[in-house]
Design a protein around this ligand. Structure first.
Ligand SMILES: Nc1nc2c(ncn2[C@@H]2O[C@H](COP(=O)(O)OP(=O)(O)OP(=O)(O)O)[C@@H](O)[C@H]2O)c(=O)[nH]1
Length: 504
């Protein structure tokens, strides 16, 4: 027994349980058992036993086959269930994502378009033929070549997946942007594509947002205005090209820095405090700012700052737009000057005189003082023009203007009304007599000879003087008319002298 056990162990160890050995041992066992039964009980018993063994064997086979079939059936059902679940999951995922599905039989050209695919284009389930031509006729003509090229490249095996973006015509004639992705899922032995599956994603909103972003980026980059964006703490996070052109600072030099680096120092702390207050309360600020370029040059610009707030009303960024208006400002100042100053002598003109006279009249009355207004007309000026030419006349007018100005005190005003007529306004006089030294100085200044083109030019002046305030209230025009009348009296009296209004 011990030896047999050892042999069996070896047999198992050496893997001798091959079908041949197994069957040979079984046959030997059966023949031995058959001989034993036949020798003890005879043929009848042996036949009965064999019949019994046959019945047991067939029954066992039947039982085993049934069990195997039942197990196979159970596995098939399980696989089917898993497949259904998997299909359900995929269908749910694709339909739930809003994407449309297509399944193309490349060989015969038929295509399955999912309900969602058709719905995306505004079509009902029955409104689209299951043909590839349906897709081709709906793709925007401008996008067709590109998408077909991408498709062909994938069919030829040149790209691992097919992906294209194109516009597709909907039922109502409008176009939707579609992202189309797919791949060949089966090929013939020769590598010919047999079936291809893909999905359609509606990216219209995304495209529109992208276009808006591109537009905004283009405006930002190419705007003539300088644009500076800061974070909520006021640190610069982006600037455009015009910013660099206007300020002289490159983008890298200012990122992360405070816009204070542009400050010229011309604006007070109160100015910036008011700006921040407006930004926090109103969300925007607009005004003129004097800044300093990298070169050190101070320049003026009109600046518009807006706070960018999130849905919760928290300020996220500040966007500042500004344009360099130095040239405009200079031009404005030039126009302002031309409007108020005489082009030949650069003295205040009639307009500015009226303004200053008005202010002076208010001031002297408040201070309890007096002002004198002298109307000056040159004597014999026409002769200068006639004898030496207009240029000589201009030269004399400029010379006389400078000298008269020097004859007056600082704070007094000398204006040119036109031609050879001037007006001098002398402020802060204690009484009428206080102006007499100035009147003499004016006459002397006018009478001083001037040289031009080798000629000596000389004129004199007649001055008519009036004072303010007077017993009767009067305005600046009335004052001027009084002085004009007094000047006429001075002319009548022989010129080169002054006359007070109302004094014969
Ligand atoms: N050169 C020059 N002449 C001017 C200008 N404006 C006016 N005139 C001339 O100045 C002259 C002024 O004329 P009047 O004041 O009548 O001549 P006037 O010789 O001074 O006469 P009286 O005042 O009576 O002494 C005119 O001949 C004008 O043509 C100017 O801008 N430049």
């Amino acid at each position: 027994m011990g030896r047999w056990h050892l042999t069996m162990k070896h047999a198992i160890h050496w893997n001798l349980w091959s079908p041949f050995i197994r069957n040979a041992l079984l046959m030997a066992g059966l023949i031995s058992a058959g001989l034993a039964v036949w020798s003890h009980y005879g043929w009848m018993a042996l036949g009965g036993l064999a019949a019994l063994a046959l019945i047991v064997w067939q029954g066992t086979r039947l039982f085993m086959t049934r069990r195997r079939l039942t197990e196979q059936y159970r596995l098939v059902l399980l696989q089917k269930k898993r497949l259904r679940e998997s299909e359900f999951r995929w269908k749910f995922a694709i339909e739930g994502s809003g994407d449309g599905l297509w399944d193309w039989n490349v060989a015969d050209g038929s295509v399955y378009f999912s309900a969602q695919y058709k719905q995306m284009l505004g079509l009902t389930v029955d409104e689209m033929d299951q043909r590839l031509q349906e897709w081709e006729t709906r793709v925007h003509p401008d996008d067709k070549a590109g998408s077909l090229m991408a498709l062909q490249s994938h069919l030829d095996g040149q790209s691992p997946v097919y992906a294209a973006q194109y516009r597709m015509r909907c039922k109502d004639g409008s176009y939707k942007w579609i992202l189309d992705r797919g791949m060949v899922v089966s090929r013939s032995d020769a590598g010919k594509p047999l079936r291809m599956i893909g999905i359609h994603t509606d990216i219209t909103v995304h495209k529109q947002a992208e276009e808006k972003l591109q537009l905004a980026a283009s405006v930002f980059t190419h705007a003539l205005e300088g644009i500076m964006i800061t974070d909520a703490q006021g640190l610069i996070i982006d600037v455009n090209q015009s910013f660099s052109r206007i300020t002289g600072y490159e983008r890298d030099e200012v990122l992360g820095r405070n816009p204070h680096l542009l400050s010229s120092g011309r604006q007070s702390q109160a100015f910036y405090a008011a700006m921040w207050r407006d930004l926090q309360e109103e969300g925007c600020w607009y005004g003129e700012v004097w800044n300093r370029r990298k070169s050190g040059e101070v320049y003026a610009h009109l600046q518009n700052i807006s706070a960018v707030r999130d849905a919760q009303g928290q300020t996220r960024q500040y966007v500042s737009l500004f344009s360099d208006n130095t040239a405009l400002k200079a031009h404005q100042q030039q126009l302002q000057h031309l409007a108020h100053f005489d082009a030949l002598t650069d003295l205040p003109n009639r307009l500015l005189l009226a303004d200053r006279l008005h202010q002076g009249m208010v001031q002297v009355q408040r201070r309890g003082q007096m002002l004198a207004l002298a109307f000056v007309d040159l004597d014999g000026f026409k002769l200068i023009n006639d004898s030496h030419g207009h240029e000589a006349g201009d030269h004399l007018l400029m010379t006389v203007a400078t000298r008269m100005k020097q004859a007056l005190r600082e704070g007094d005003t000398l204006a040119r009304l036109g031609g050879d007529e001037f007006v001098a306004v002398m402020f802060d006089l204690a009484d009428e007599a206080a102006c007499k030294p100035m009147l003499h100085r004016l006459l002397a200044a006018i009478a001083q000879p001037a040289q031009f083109g080798g000629h000596t030019l000389q004129v004199s002046g007649s001055l008519g003087v009036t004072f303010y305030p007077q017993v009767q209230e009067l305005d600046a025009d009335q004052l001027l008319r009084q002085a004009d009348q007094a000047m006429y009296q001075a002319k009548l009296a022989g010129k080169n002298r002054y006359r007070f209004f109302g004094v014969e």
